[in-house]
Ligand binder design. Structure first.
Ligand code: ADP
Ligand code: MG
Length: 857
C-alpha cells in the first residue's frame, strides 16, 4: 500500500536531510516521523504516538508545539544533533492539493546559539588536512566573525590541537575520508565536538574560492588568503556548509581575517588548561579562572573580546603597549572609567542583534535593543574622543551614520511593542500616515461601539445591556434573561446561554467590519513596514560590526582597568631581553579567593645569571601557586593587562610551557605518567631561549629511581641546551646539587618550625629544603591521630636504621657522584678539613691550612 501524499512529501524532504532530525510543520505543531520520532521522543521525553500514513502499518510519530519549539531544538542541539526546520511555504487556504513545504534552516551545534553562551563565541570550525599543512577556518554565525589560519611544520598536530582547545568549536567539519584518522580521533577525545563529515570536493581550492567570492564578494586571488591554500580550502568548505544550513546570503560575514601563529604567544593545549584561563581544571567552570578575576565587562561583546585577549596574548611590543596605555589612562582617571562603565551598561549585544536583522525571526524588542544601543553611541564617542590612548580614541568613522540610524529607529519603532510581529503596535504614530489613518479608524470604531451601546441602552431601557466580542461571533449584544421581554424586533438571536441571550444587529455588524478590517489591515501594514525597517538596518550590518568591535575593545580595556584599580595591579614594562623581574608578585586568583589580604607576595629574578630556579620545599608550602603566578603575570602582561605585583619587567615570552601535576587525563584514556611524559616531550622539543617553562614536580608518577633520573635529565637538558627561563619545582631534594650547572639557582619555601608545630610562611627564599613535612600535611588534612602517630614511629625507625631508605640511598649516591664530578680533589680536601678543630686554631693557622689546600688544587 502506498503512503498518503503528505507522507510522500515528508519522505521526499527527509531524504535530503538524512543526518538531521526533521521538524515537519503540520498546523500548530512540528511533527517527527519514523526513526526521528523514536529518537526525539526518547531524547525529549515526549510521548510517542502513531499516524495512519496510508501504508499498512502506522508510522511512529511525535510532535512539539511550534511556539515552544525553541526549547526542544536547544535540547537536541546541546546533545549534538542537527535539526532541520521544514515550514509550510504557501498559505494553506490558497494551496491546491497539499501545502508546499520546504526546509528553511538547519540548526547545527556550530550554528545555533544557546542561551547560556552569551559571553562566548559559538564557533563552527572546518579543518583541511594535507601531508604538509592543515587549514583551519572558524566562524561565529551569530556575530559574523570569520577567521582562517594555516598550520604547518613538524609540530602541526600539536598546534592544531592547541588552537582547537582555545577555540572550543561546538561543531567541526572535516573531509569525510578523515573522520577516522588518528588526529581527528584525538580531537574527538579531547574536545568532544559534534563532527560533521563533508564531501571531499567541498575542500577543493577552486570550489572554495568560488564560495568565498559568493559570500564575501572578494576576489580570493587578490586577498591575503591566496597564499594559504590550506586556509582557503577550509574556509571554502565552511562557507559551503553555512550556505546549505542557513539558507540565506550570509550577510553577517563581511570580512575574512587571516592570521598566523607568529602573531600570538603559543600556548599548547595542556598549558591552556593548566593555567585555568577560562575554565577551571576541576569543574570546567568559570569560577576560579583568570577570566573570572579580570572580567568586569559590561557588554557581551566586551566579554567575548576580553576572553579572546587572554587566550591570545600578543608578541608585538607596540600592540601590547597600546593596550597598556589605554588601561593606564583608565586606571588614572576614575571619572572617565566610571562614566564609560555606566554608558556601556546600556549597550546590548550589537554584533548578535545586527546578525538577527538578517533573519526574519528578529522581533521588535530586538530592534529596540539595537536602537537603544545606537542612541548611546554619541555619548560614548564624546567621552572617548578626548582620550590620549589611541585604542580609546580610534573611533570608527561609521558612528555618525549609525547615530542617524538610531534617530530613524527612534521615530519609526513603537516604544513598547509586543513580542510577536503579528499583533500590530510595531510602528510609532507619526511615522506613517497610512498607519495613523488605520489606527484612527480602529480607535474611532471602538468609540462608536461605546456610543452604540449607550444608544441601545436608552432605546431598550435595558441598563445591563452590553456589547462584547468573541472570536466565533465577533461583536454581539448581550441581554440577561430577566430583560428579554424588552428586546426590540430588529435584534437577531445568535446564541442562548443559561441566563442570557446574545444578539446582533445590522448596524453592529457594519461597525464590526470597519473595526476588524482596519485592525487586520493595520497589522499587515505594520508588519510590512517593520520588514522594510529591518532591511534598512540589515544594510548597515558592516558598520554596526565595526562600531561593535570598537565598543568591545573599550569595554575590555575598562574592565582591565577596573580590576587593576581595585586590586592594586601595576603596569608591567616590557623588554625584548630574556629577563623576568617581579617584585611582590601575587597569584590573581588565589589572592581573590583568599580575599582577606593574607596572600603572601613573592619576588622573582630571572636573567642571564639565573635562568633556572630549582624550587624545593614541603608539600602545601606554595610552590605550585608561585610558579603559576609567574606564568599568569607574564601572560597578563602580554595580553595588555596590568599585573598583580608592585613592579614587573617582562622580557617578551614566545611560548609558555607548563608541566603541572594532577591533570589526570583519564577521559582521554591515558595514565598520569604517560600524560606527564608527553607534556615533557612537547617542552623539550619546542621550547626556545625566549620561552618560559614551568615544571612542577616532574617524575612524580613513577618510582623514585625513575622519577629522579628523568627529572634530573630533563633539568640538565633545559639548563644546558634550551636555556629558557625556567621554574622547576621538585620534591626530590637530591636535585638541589644541580645548582652547579650554569644559570641554575636553588630556592625554597620558608618554613617555621616550633617544636611539633610547622608553619608555612609562603615565602620563596634562596636555599634548599631538606625535609618534606609529609606527615605534618597528613595531620593537617585530618588523618586520624593514631595513624599519624604510627607514621611518625615508622619514620623515626627508618631514620635510625643503618640501612638507608631507597631515597636516601639514591641521594647519597647522587651526592657522591656530583661531588666527584665537580671537584676531583674533594675527598682530600675533606680529609684535611675533618682534622681541623675550628674552636682551637688561630687565624694564622687557618690561613696556613687554606694555603695548603690551594697548593693541592
Ligand atoms: P605546593 O605546590 O608547595 O604543595 P601549593 O602551591 O599547592 O603548594 O599551595 C598550597 C596552598 O597554600 C594553596 O592552595 C593556597 O591556598 C596556599 N598558598 C599558596 N601560596 C600562598 C601564598 N603566597 N599566600 C597565601 N597562601 C598561599
Ligand atoms: Mg604543588
Amino acid at each position: 500500500m502506498a503512503y498518503t501524499p503528505m507522507m510522500e512529501q515528508y519522505l521526499q524532504i527527509k531524504s535530503q536531510y538524512p543526518d538531521a532530525i526533521l521538524f515537519f510543520r503540520l498546523g500548530d505543531f512540528y511533527e517527527m516521523f519514523f526513526d526521528d520520532a523514536l529518537l526525539a521522543s526518547r531524547e525529549l521525553s515526549i510521548t510517542l504516538t502513531g499516524r495512519d500514513a496510508g501504508a499498512a502499518e502506522r508510522v511512529p510519530m511525535c510532535g512539539v508545539p511550534y511556539h515552544a519549539a525553541d526549547t526542544y531544538i536547544e535540547k537536541l542541539i546541546n546533545k549534538g544533533y542537527k535539526v532541520a526546520i521544514c515550514e509550510q511555504v504557501e498559505d494553506p487556504a490558497q494551496a491546491k492539493g497539499i501545502v508546499r513545504r520546504e526546509v528553511i534552516r538547519v540548526f547545527t551545534p556550530g550554528t545555533y546559539l544557546t542561551r547560556q553562551k552569551e559571553q562566548q563565541h559559538n564557533y563552527l570550525a572546518a579543518i583541511f588536512f594535507s601531508s604538509t599543512e592543515y587549514g583551519l577556518a572558524i566562524a561565529d554565525v551569530t556575530t559574523g566573525l570569520l577567521q582562517a589560519t594555516q598550520i604547518d611544520g613538524t609540530e602541526k598536530d600539536g598546534h592544531l590541537l592547541a588552537e582547537l582547545t582555545r577555540i572550543m568549536p561546538a561543531e567541526i567539519l572535516v573531509p569525510a575520508s578523515q573522520v577516522t584518522c588518528q588526529l581527528v580521533d584525538e580531537i574527538k577525545k579531547r574536545l568532544a565536538p559534534a563532527l560533521s563529515p563533508l564531501p571531499e570536493e567541498q575542500f577543493r581550492a577552486d570550489k572554495a574560492g568560488r564560495h568565498l567570492e559568493q559570500v564575501l564578494g572578494i576576489r580570493w586571488r587578490d586577498s591575503g588568503i591566496g597564499s594559504y591554500p590550506g586556509a582557503l580550502s577550509a574556509t571554502g568548505a565552511l562557507l559551503a556548509y553555512l550556505l546549505e544550513t542557513q539558507k540565506n546570503s550570509l550577510g553577517q560575514f563581511r570580512n575574512l581575517q587571516v592570521y598566523t601563529a607568529g602573531q600570538y604567544m603559543i600556548l599548547d593545549a595542556n598549558t591552556r588548561r593548566n593555567l585555568e584561563l577560562v575554565f577551571s581544571l576541576r569543574h570546567r567552570e568559570r569560577w576560579g579562572t583568570l577570566l573570572w578575576v579580570l572580567d568586569k565587562t559590561r557588554t557581551a561583546m566586551g566579554g567575548r573580546m576580553l576572553r579572546t585577549w587572554l587566550e591570545q596574548p600578543l608578541l608585538d611590543m607596540d600592540r601590547i603597549n597600546q593596550r597598556l596605555d589605554a588601561v593606564s589612562e583608565l586606571v588614572e582617571d576614575t571619572f572617565l572609567r566610571q562614566t564609560l562603565q555606566k554608558q556601556l551598561k546600556g549597550i546590548y549585544d550589537l554584533e548578535r542583534l545586527a546578525t538577527k536583522t538578517l533573519y526574519s525571526t528578529v522581533n521588535a524588542r530586538d530592534m529596540l535593543a539595537l536602537r537603544q544601543s545606537l542612541l548611546m553611541l554619541p555619548e560614548i564617542v564624546s567621552i572617548c574622543q578626548n582620550c590620549r590612548a589611541s585604542l580609546l580614541r580610534d573611533i570608527p568613522p561609521v558612528v555618525n551614520a549609525l547615530q542617524e540610524l538610531g534617530i530613524f529607529l527612534l521615530a519609526a519603532l513603537a516604544d513598547d511593542p509586543p513580542a510577536t510581529l503579528k499583533e500590530g503596535n510595531l510602528i510609532k504614530s507619526g511615522f506613517s500616515a497610512q498607519v495613523d489613518r488605520l489606527r484612527q479608524a480602529a480607535r474611532d470604531g471602538r468609540n462608536w461601539l461605546v456610543d452604540l451601546e449607550n444608544r441601545e441602552k436608552e432605546r431598550t431601557g435595558i441598563k445591563s445591556l452590553k456589547i462584547s466580542y468573541n472570536k466565533v461571533f465577533g461583536y454581539y449584544i448581550e441581554v440577561t434573561k430577566a430583560n428579554l421581554s424588552a428586546v426590540p424586533a430588529d435584534y437577531q438571536r445568535k446564541q442562548t446561554l443559561a441566563n442570557a441571550e446574545r444578539f446582533i444587529t445590522p448596524a453592529l455588524k457594519e461597525l464590526e467590519q470597519q473595526i476588524l478590517g482596519a485592525e487586520e489591515n493595520l497589522i499587515q501594514l505594520e508588519y510590512n513596514i517593520f520588514n522594510q525597517i529591518r532591511e534598512k538596518v540589515a544594510g548597515h550590518i558592516e558598520m554596526i560590526q565595526q562600531a561593535a568591535r570598537w565598543l568591545a575593545t573599550v569595554d575590555a580595556l575598562v574592565s582591565l582597568a577596573e580590576v587593576a584599580f581595585t586590586s592594586g595591579y601595576t603596569r608591567p614594562s616590557l623588554t625584548p631581553e630574556t629577563v623576568l623581574y617581579i617584585e611582590n608578585g601575587r597569584h590573581p586568583v588565589v589572592e581573590k579567593v583568599l580575599d582577606d589580604g593574607s596572600f603572601v607576595p613573592n619576588d622573582l629574578t630571572l636573567d642571564k645569571q639565573t635562568r633556572l630556579i630549582l624550587l624545593t620545599g614541603p608539600n602545601m608550602a606554595g610552590k605550585s601557586t608561585f610558579m603559576r603566578q609567574v606564568a599568569l603575570i607574564v601572560l597578563m602582561a602580554q595580553a595588555g593587562s596590568f599585573v598583580p605585583a608592585d613592579r614587573a619587567v617582562v622580557g617578551l615570552v614566545d611560548r609558555i610551557f607548563t608541566r603541572i601535576g594532577a591533570a589526570d587525563d583519564l577521559a582521554a584514556g591515558e595514565s598520569t605518567f604517560m600524560v606527564e611524559m608527553k607534556e615533557c616531550e612537547i617542552i623539550v622539543k619546542n621550547a626556545s631561549p625566549r620561552s618560559l617553562i614551568i615544571m612542577d614536580e616532574v617524575g612524580r608518577g613513577t618510582s623514585t629511581h625513575d622519577g629522579i633520573s628523568i627529572a634530573r635529565a630533563l633539568l640538565e637538558h633545559i639548563a644546558v641546551n634550551i636555556q629558557a627561563r625556567t621554574l622547576f619545582s621538585t620534591h626530590y631534594h637530591e636535585l638541589t646539587v644541580l645548582d652547579s650547572l650554569p644559570g641554575v639557582a636553588n630556592f625554597t619555601m620558608a618554613v617555621l618550625e616550633e617544636g611539633q608545630q610547622v608553619c608555612f610562611l609562603r615565602k620563596v627564599i634562596p636555599g634548599k629544603a631538606d625535609k618534606s613535612y609529609g606527615i605534618h600535611v597528613a595531620a593537617l588534612a585530618g588523618l586520624p591521630a593514631d595513624i599519624i602517630r604510627r607514621a611518625k614511629e615508622i619514620l623515626a625507625d627508618m631514620e635510625k636504621q643503618a640501612l638507608p631508605s631507597v631515597t636516601q640511598c639514591t641521594a647519597a649516591t647522587l651526592q657522591q657522584q656530583d661531588k666527584q664530578q665537580l671537584c676531583p680533589n674533594c675527598e682530600s680536601v675533606r680529609r684535611v678539613l675533618q682534622n681541623v678543630d675550628i674552636n682551637h686554631i688561630t687565624p694564622v693557622q687557618a690561613l696556613n691550612i687554606l694555603a695548603q689546600l690551594c697548593a693541592n688544587k
